[in-house]
Design a protein around this ligand. Structure first.
Ligand SMILES: C[S@@+](CC[C@H](N)C(=O)[O-])C[C@H]1O[C@@H](n2cnc3c(N)ncnc32)[C@H](O)[C@@H]1O
Length: 391
């Protein structure tokens, strides 16, 4: 297929609507670093040059969607339904997560754990369990597995757990805010400033040296989560970093991480995918129907070399970032932006070694999203809706 050339900036983040669903959880977007800005431009140039048909189609559809207020209304309604989930919606959410898990496993086999030795019991870590669809799928496929699961308590705004935990004595579940698990992150109580607004809220160790084969990191910041005001600005980064640190530092060599991610071409995402590709096999998955109109997808990193130099260095960088983000009340946007570059790979290294793989994985994600957006009522023209090509 001959691809059309796109006008400059037509799929650039800078043109993204500030109120678009992808930004919904970050009320005021923190300042971009020079590094992130340069990486973003380099990615956009790279993709424009490569003329990837799926990406070009998606860019055109996104633009159409932003121009139509019905698109905003559509995503606002979805958010409202998610925030005010009654029992029926919660049940639907659980069934949906079951279906996504089953389909992901059908396509990739990642939920079926191959124990590293015949005597070892499979072990599953679920960072944000509720409603429990992924965990139920993984337990059905690995009935002898032990699981450690966390989830935000419903009284703090978290989702209800639909999985019948009483039927699973092999699951240890903790209802807590995982971003408060300071001891498991590797932060001592002496490192927590005495005047920190949450000084009494940080939690003791919950992991007890346990190591896991498979980790789910699909937490999502909820608008219903009641939290201290200092957390409003960078909550999505705080939640993602917490899940990544706790999972990578508690996985067995050769283990697998499944990470809910957004916008595969975004600079921080490209950086993350590349960094994982240095010590694991990285692939992506997107369901053809559920959340298909959104940019979300799952990164699957398997065969993780958790003891490799690259993994150890990355964990170290993440921990430094976590401490600044969570503990330093004087952290400025400028300083936070600078941290994106510290120890990070160069832009040339990322695109030279990973550009083609990024396009390969991106085509899967962009293709599904474009297909779904193309059929969305707020994208279809009047003519298409009425079935007439003339009007
Ligand atoms: C997309 S859902 C997870 C779906 C789930 N893994 C499944 O398979 O059914 C996102 C979850 O993140 C949880 N969450 C959000 N913020 C959290 C936090 N700070 N600590 C723990 N859980 C959190 C929410 O309560 C919600 O259950």
């Amino acid at each position: 297929m001959q691809a059309q050339k796109l006008p400059e900036d037509s799929c650039n983040d800078r043109t993204q609507k500030p109120s678009s669903p992808e930004n919904a959880e970050e009320p005021s977007r923190p300042k971009r670093s020079d590094y992130i800005g340069r990486l973003e431009s380099a990615i956009q140039d790279y993709l424009r040059e490569a003329q990837v048909p799926e990406f070009q189609r998606l860019c055109e559809l996104r633009k159409k969607g932003w121009e139509n207020p019905a698109g905003d209304a559509f995503f606002a309604k979805q958010r409202q339904t998610a925030d005010n989930a009654d029992d029926k919606t919660a049940r639907h959410f659980y069934t949906m997560m079951l279906d996504i898990g089953k389909d992901m496993n059908r396509q990739t086999g990642v939920f079926s754990i191959e124990p590293s030795s015949p005597t070892q019991q499979p072990a599953i870590l679920d960072m944000c369990m509720a409603p429990g669809g992924f965990l139920a799928t993984a337990l059905a496929l690995n009935p002898t597995a032990q699981a450690l699961a966390f989830s935000l308590p419903p009284e703090e705004g978290g989702h209800n757990v639909a999985l019948d935990l009483a039927a699973y004595p092999n699951v240890t579940a903790h209802l807590c805010d995982i971003t408060m698990l300071a001891a498991d992150i590797g932060v001592s109580s002496a490192e927590i400033p005495v005047d920190h607004p949450d000084v009494h809220g940080f939690l003791p160790a919950h992991f007890n040296q346990k190591k896991f084969d498979l980790a789910f990191c699909d937490g999502q910041v909820l608008r219903t989560h009641a939290r201290a005001s200092y957390r409003e600005k960078r909550e999505a980064t705080r939640l993602t970093l917490t899940q990544l640190i706790l999972s990578l530092s508690h996985l067995k060599p050769g283990g697998t991480m499944i990470v809910l991610s957004h916008k595969i071409e975004a600079p921080a995402m490209v950086q993350m995918l590349y960094e994982f590709s240095r010590f694991s096999t990285v692939t992506v998955y997107k369901h053809a129907k559920f959340h298909a109109k959104r940019s979300s997808f799952y990164m699957i990193a398997s065969g993780l070399k958790v003891d490799s130099e690259e993994a150890v260095a990355l964990l170290e960088r993440w921990r430094r970032k976590w401490k600044s983000l969570v503990l330093d009340m004087k952290l400025t946007d400028e300083r936070f932006a600078e941290m994106a570059e510290e120890g990070a790979p160069t832009i040339e290294e990322i695109l030279d070694t990973f550009g083609e793989r990024l396009i390969e994985m991106g085509r899967t994600v962009w293709g599904v999203q474009a297909e779904a957006l193309g059929k969305a009522p707020f994208i279809k023209s009047k003519a298409e809706k009425s079935g007439s090509w003339r009007s």
